[in-house]
Design a binder for this molecule. Structure first.
Ligand SMILES: [Zn+2]
Ligand SMILES: [Zn+2]
Length: 143
């Protein structure tokens, strides 16, 4: 509901109903049925990492502790959460992940990682996509 102004001392209210269509895979709301159906048809990428797996990041992260300025390293950590599938971010895929067509046309998974910085020993978080990680050790429960 949006109040747009006053007219002769009386408020004029305009109530607008908006209909959204939701993709059942990623729960994203779309303004048209066609777009929602197109989203729903996108496959979900193959899940090759699972909760509890130990992984190493393909990209460098930096220690921001002032005693170790700009120390970069490839973090090793554990997957603490697997997020629900989301439509691939085309811009990010093009910029950092080589813009693979099959990924751009899929729902992709993201993984919350916890790792310990080897310099300041603090625990940190990272959010990674599948191509940004390498498996170090599979969680035994997932075998
Ligand atoms: Zn979707
Ligand atoms: Zn650090």
């Amino acid at each position: 509901m949006k109040v747009i102004g006053t007219f002769g001392g009386k408020l004029k209210k305009i109530v607008q109903r908006i209909v959204w269509y939701q993709c059942e895979v990623c729960k994203t709301r779309h303004p048209s049925k066609k777009e929602a159906l197109r989203c729903e048809k996108k496959p979900v990428e193959e899940k090759i990492f699972s909760l509890g797996d130990t992984v190493q990041l393909n990209r460098f992260v930096y220690c921001h502790n002032l005693q170790h300025p700009s120390q970069k390293f490839r973090a090793v950590g554990r997957i603490v959460r697997v997020r629900k599938p989301e439509p691939a971010d085309e811009d990010y895929e093009n910029r950092y992940l080589g813009g693979k067509r099959e990924r751009k046309q899929s729902h992709v998974l993201s993984f919350e990682i916890k790792y310990k910085c080897p310099f300041c020993k603090k625990e940190k978080d990272a959010l990674c996509l599948t191509p940004e990680m390498e498996l170090v050790k599979k969680n035994k429960k997932n075998r």
